[in-house]
Write a protein that binds this ligand. Structure first.
Ligand SMILES: C[S@@+](CC[C@H](N)C(=O)[O-])C[C@H]1O[C@@H](n2cnc3c(N)ncnc32)[C@H](O)[C@@H]1O
Length: 454
């Protein structure tokens, strides 16, 4: 669950984390200082200024005043640890999670939700300006998540020494056992004790375990193993499925490693991306947006921006989260996705929903564009992984795609890719930030780019 923080102003992640960095703090070497927290950064920490330098401070909110120790000093920035809180600002609240500091997955939970939202909108705008030299013609107000807590239908836990099950400690590989997770939905939280007991009993060595809500109140457990399956584990898994009762409704287990996969019970995961009755049924390891309620706002935003296009190419389409609702709205859609299993799920879901306007190709986005070009496509939707889509975007610019709706979970790679489009004559129209990940610095963005006609 711990999300890696990207580069922050003034230093790389490697510099910051390397204890041998020249100038790094040594215990007892630095007196504490008073810091006034001014804003949130685009990573997990908040920001103060001290003697002309930016100081990154964890666990605080804008408006707070704290006594802190500088623990990692560099020419233009430093990191600090809070010694004690001197005064809390209006944006501060007590973090509800008992593991907030050890886990590090929700580093903004002590910050009022409206302040989190404003910071996310600013971070998107500033990334576009700083990295791409860009601004949008129409920046829309950030859309808030329907639920601030208990919104995730999927959590990924690590298995540590002695079968410990939890999140990785921030900036480390150590596993922090957690009793609850305040952003996991209620079904996942209820299933956690039974899953923990199962992991302890299994002789098969597991690296990670995902708990996935199946969209109908049940929970699917999906484990990634090291080495072989140990046959004696059959009975533990069968017993779990036979005895799991409300509120811990575990309905299926899947274990996999290189070369094998075993399934018990029903592991199908159902996603309802729109209000029109579209249902996607996918396997538990396929990508799905982690926040189903906020995902419906994301899908609605993409469909609104896509209209009135009738011929749509949906690159990085997963199991059809956008393709199927776009087809339901009347478009002819080609979905392109590298995972053959996700494409199989998308095809089966389109058939089950009677959506004949959607077809799918299992290949890389760049390969598809090179082989097939655009052939009358009016609009390209693309939703790449966090690393962005440098190759596909350069190819889209070469092919003169008339209009693009870019969905991104990383403002920095979005800005880098959109700068390539801008240099090729595209203008940014609507820009819609959305919050899919409350309590974290992560932000989703939907951006519309159209080829300017001079
Ligand atoms: C952020 S997910 C988006 C999926 C889908 N649009 C959704 O909303 O559920 C990115 C998807 O891109 C796929 N992917 C990764 N690299 C790819 C590539 N080079 N070409 C096509 N698909 C790729 C992944 O398998 C994943 O399903």
């Amino acid at each position: 669950m711990h999300h890696t923080d990207g580069e922050e102003d003034g230093g790389t992640r490697e510099e910051v984390l390397n204890g041998d960095t020249p100038g790094a703090w040594r215990p007892g070497s630095t007196p504490s200082v008073a810091l006034e927290i001014s804003s949130l950064s685009h990573g997990p920490d908040a920001v103060a200024r001290h003697e002309g330098r930016v100081v990154f401070v964890p666990g605080v909110a804008p408006g707070d005043t704290v006594e802190a120790r500088l623990v990692n000093e560099h020419a233009s920035f430093a990191r600090a640890e809070v010694v004690r809180r001197l005064a809390s600002g209006a944006a501060y609240r007590v973090a509800p999670c008992a593991w907030v500091t050890e886990c590090g997955g929700c580093p903004w939970q002590q910050v009022a939700y409206d302040v989190q939202l404003a910071a996310k909108a600013t971070n998107v705008r500033e990334a576009l300006a700083r990295i791409g030299g860009l601004s949008a013609a129409h920046e829309l107000p950030i859309r808030r998540a329907p639920d601030e807590w208990r919104y995730r239908h999927r959590i990924r836990l690590h298995v540590g020494a002695g079968g410990a099950l939890g999140y990785r400690r921030a900036r480390s590989h150590q596993v922090v056992e957690i009793g609850d997770c305040v952003i996991a939905d209620a079904a996942l939280a209820a299933a956690l004790p039974a899953v923990r007991a199962l992991v302890r009993r299994l002789a098969t060595r597991l690296a990670t375990v995902e708990l996935v809500g199946n969209g109908a109140g049940g929970v699917v457990v999906s484990g990634a193993a090291h080495g072989a399956f140990v046959a004696a584990d059959e009975r533990h898994i069968s017993t779990l499925l036979a005895t799991a009762a409300a509120p811990a409704r575990i309905v299926g287990v899947q274990l996999a490693a290189d070369g094998w996969q075993r399934t018990w019970g029903d592991v199908r995961v159902r996603v309802d991306p729109d209000a029109g009755g579209t249902t996607i049924v996918q396997h538990p390891r396929a990508f799905s947006q982690v926040n189903p309620a906020a995902n419906r706002l994301l899908v609605e935003t993409v469909c609104t921006m896509a209209a009135p296009a009738r011929r749509v190419l949906d690159l990085f389409c997963g199991a059809g989260n956008f393709s199927l609702p776009l087809a339901r709205a009347g478009a002819d859609v080609i979905g392109v996705e590298a995972s053959a299993a996700a494409v199989a799920d998308a095809r089966a879901s389109a058939a089950a929903c009677g959506l004949t306007g959607a077809r799918f190709e299992a290949t890389s986005a760049l390969h598809f564009l090179r082989q097939q070009g655009l052939a009358g496509t009016e609009l390209v939707v693309l939703d790449p992984p966090r690393t962005g889509a440098a190759g596909a975007v350069a190819q889209l610019a070469r092919l003169r795609a008339p209009r693009i709706v870019y969905v991104s979970c990383d403002p920095a790679t979005l800005a880098r890719d959109v700068a390539v489009l801008a240099a090729a004559g595209y203008r940014i129209g609507r820009l819609q930030p959305l919050d899919l990940f409350p309590q974290t610095p992560h932000v989703e963005t939907v951006l519309e780019a159209a080829l300017a006609i001079d």
